[in-house]
Every structure is written in C-alpha cells, then in structure tokens.
Design a protein around this ligand. Structure first.
Ligand code: CA
Length: 228
C-alpha cells in the first residue's frame, strides 16, 4: 500500500514516515500543499495522510483539489486544532476521517486500516491463496501452516498480489502501489523481489502459486493456467 504523507514539520514527517515504512507501507512525503497536490495528481496512492495547517495551500484546499480531480483516494486529515470548526471544514472538503494531534502511531494505524478496509478488495483481514495465508493485521505469513519470514518489502509485494489474486498484475501497477517515488522504473527490483518471494513461498515439492506471465506481469493464484 502506498501512502502520501503531507506534513510540513520535518521531525514529525520523518518520524511518521519511518513508523509507516516499518509497517511495510511505501511512503512519499510532501512538505507543503503545492507539492501534495502535484504528487497526488502524478502518482497513485492508496491513502493520503494530510496535515491541515500547511505552507502554500492548506489541507482543506489540497483536499478539495484532490477531490475535484475525480480521485476517491481515502484522505485522513491531521490537525493540531481541536475545535469542531476545523473538523467540520476538513470533512466538508472531502476528507474521510480526522485525527487530532497529538496521536500515537497505533491510533493512526487503526484509522488507516478502517479507511483502507472500505475498499472492497481489502475487507478480509486474512488473505488466502490455496494453503498460503497472509494476515494483513499482524503481517504474519504462513504456507501450509508453516510460518514464512519475509522482509517488509517482500510482505508488501505479496500482500498486494494477494489482494489482486487471480489477476495478472503488471510491473507498473506493482511499482505504483508497493514502491515509493524513489523507485527507478529501469531497475529490475521487482523481478529480484519476485524471485526472493518465490524461493520463500513456492518451495520445492509444493504447487506453485506465484506465476510469471512474460511481458505482462505476475499472478498469484492456485491454478497455473498458461504461464510463459
Ligand atoms: Ca502543519
């Protein structure tokens, strides 16, 4: 899942971005309203965390502009103000939820999960593909009941493919949702991670679940069907 974090205070932004990356989110940071709108137009995010008080455009304007572009991305607004007025203004501008500062990371993660779950593909906590189980809450992955140790990025990639299970997922789609803007489109990073994942989940002697469709992308599914 790829997050746009809009926060102008550098320390707060760095701390939050680190916490989210440790939870296997890909995070792009925007430090002002103009950069936020620009990134939201160019990239595909699964969720936006938007501070209300920002230099340039404030959070309410950013929110309105994202909505005016036709995007339905979940937006969680943050504010240091505790008055009802700013909350109502935030929700009126198209934000989906609101969190008052200060908050702890667990509280933020709980709100994010609730917003992400509204997307139809994210309703289940445990994703299953044959005997592969991916717990999207604890990030524990098992195959045939046996736990599999994955790095954060390996987990993100597997979870994304599991959300889209049965479908062929292209490299660009993967890079948009699993990597942040530092991703180099000319690198072979996705192939490298696919190979690592395959070694961990498709061990010798078990049916293959992670398939490559040459020139098209990757598919996580029980049925092998026409792999290249
Ligand atoms: Ca601020």
């Amino acid at each position: 899942m790829r997050i746009l974090l809009v926060e102008d205070e550098p320390d707060a932004a760095a701390l939050l971005a680190r916490g989210l990356r440790e939870r296997a989110f890909a995070v792009d940071v925007a430090a002002d309203g103009n950069a936020a709108v620009e990134k939201a137009f160019v990239n595909t995010y699964d969720l936006v965390i938007l501070d209300l008080l920002l230099p340039g455009k404030n959070g309410v304007t950013v929110c309105r502009e994202i909505r005016a572009s036709g995007s339905a991305v979940p937006i969680l607004m943050l504010t240091a103000r505790v008055d009802m007025g700013s909350r109502i203004e935030g929700l009126d501008s198209g934000a989906d939820d609101y969190l008052a500062k200060p908050f702890d990371l667990d509280e933020l993660l709980a709100r994010m999960r609730a917003l992400l779950r509204r997307a139809p593909m994210l309703r289940e906590t445990v994703l299953r593909v044959a005997d592969l189980e991916i717990d999207t809450h604890t990030h524990l992955v098992k195959r045939g009941g046996r736990p599999i140790a994955l790095t954060g990025k390996e987990y993100s990639l597997l979870a994304y493919l599991a959300h889209r299970q049965g479908a062929v997922v292209g490299r660009e789609d993967i890079s948009e949702h699993v990597w942040d803007e530092a991703y180099d489109a000319f690198s072979n990073l996705i192939e490298v991670y696919i190979q690592r994942l395959r070694r961990k989940i498709d061990t010798p002697g078990v049916p293959r679940l992670l398939h490559t469709r040459r020139g098209e992308g990757y598919r996580l599914a029980h049925a092998p069907e026409a792999d290249a």
